[in-house]
Design a protein. Sequence first.
Length: 165
Amino acid sequence: MDADDFETFVRDSAPALRRYARAVTADPEQAEELLQRTYVRMATAWHRLLAEGGPLAYAKVTMVRLHVGRLRTIVRWARSAPVAPSVAADEVGRVDAGRLRRLLAGLPPLQRVVLVMTYLDDLDDESIAAAIGRRPATVRSLRHRALLRTGLPTARVRAAREVAG
């Protein structure tokens, strides 16, 4: 029965987690690999996840941790992303999804992860810090630098839900 539950979870969660992985990685191929690695990690902990509940939240945190762990093996900030041209949010505070996707792709990986977890998951600094293994002050700094780099308003911006769709 547990295997059937896991298969059902994978089938039902794949579209949302695929979008999330694309937002985190800004690369469709890396996103697919990250999604598969996340499901493998979840399969080994499935009994515990059923007992504790919240497998979707666990999947997102696992995805971010796997991605950040991968980044730590690469030379830190190996390439510096060019400053993107300034982008103005419209009067309701929304940014066009295509434009937002391009802006996220131009950010260093940790800055991109912080923005995704802040605006798509609506997580607080402490939760993000725990997920990426940094301090809350570092999360605030990464967010601020990412917003300055993209030209987005430093006030809270609501992102389109289909950022990586």
